[in-house]
Write a protein that binds this ligand. Sequence first.
Ligand code: KG4
Ligand code: ZN
Length: 394
Amino acid sequence: MSGGLLLAIESSCDETGVALLDGPRRIVGQAVASQVALHAGAGGIVPELAARAHLRWLDPSLDEVLADAGATLADVGSVAVTAGPGLVGSLLVGLSYAKALAWGLDVPLVGVNHLEGHLYAAWLLDPGEPERPEPAFPLVALVVSGGHTFLVEMRDHLTYRLLGETVDDAAGEAFDKAGRLLGLGYPGGPAIAQAAREVEGRAASPVDRLPRAWLGDSYDFSFSGLKTALRRLVEAELAAVGLPSTEAGGRLPASRVAALAGAFQESVVDVLATKTLRAAEALGARTIVVGGGVASNEMLRGRLATGAAGLGVDLVIPRPGLCTDNGAMIGAAGARRLAAGETAGPDLGARASWPLARPAGTPDSRRPPTRGVAARAYARARDAEADAAGRGAG
Ligand code: KG4
Ligand code: ZN
């Protein structure tokens, strides 16, 4: 990586994130401008509003971060920016801003996969936080965000083997839909966790127990059946007391909302934690890493902490502010990419869809890293996959 600070920019969804990193792990300044209030009225993200808000907030966020870090643009030695996946209009705002800065400052630019950012958030150190060892490989990483849910194995930096992914809704998306059904507003995750606090410690009554989709012993996830089960339960209870449907504004009493929020959270967390712990055990992982907005869920954190301690595996989950979208995580991944020799030119484009890891056997359309540790790890991962494919066929 070139010298100087790394400036990182995130604008893929509904948070404008800017951060300055000193080295691949240390945050020296950070700002996140949230658009939650802007989109709350619509009950979900309005893409055009999101793009305009990024444009509005990038400049003041950068000013704040520079002031925080006591730095100026002259201290910036490289720029990292989210290139996907996400809302194209929003991505383009961040990309244009980052390209202009990199060009104007004459420093290298790198495009980052947002999902890789969520994962590398586990490596970050806050300003003033004491040094701690990096997460040890091999590790199992769970990414649970509003748009993605998957589990990968990492044997080295920047190299992923997909273990499983959601076959329908992402975990965060499921929380958001359930939140709407229960009349809890947007985003649903924190609202459900809050409502469920009222029934904390109490097991869901057998009537309220919601299903879990185990999908055999695969590491895949499915949350749409759970959402449908919740919808049926809510609509039946509303109808039973003569209230209108949720669509027509019908709402259950607060105590029922709390009980169902608790049962829903329990069901999602149970599947996420069980599969992650099972993968860590089966693969002999030394570390479990978790990232994405849903990783700020306290029940999930608690369940994984207990399970990981039982297995003797380290668990690294960033503080909640680094689980939800932010610029620092893009810096953490971008720094590794730059160190591996990757840079982008002015043609860097936005990618609405960009899987971090693909199911074994699907054609690899990534541009492989060409040098350093990432190139070696990539070659090893390809060999391992070819081996596995050979065994599978035999
Ligand atoms: O990673 P993120 O900030 O944005 C995306 O990349 O999607 O994740 C946002 C998601 C939302 O679906 C939100 O409901 C969920 O994370 N979330 C939570 C919690 N905090 C945020 N879900 C469950 N419990 C939480 N405490
Ligand atoms: Zn995200």
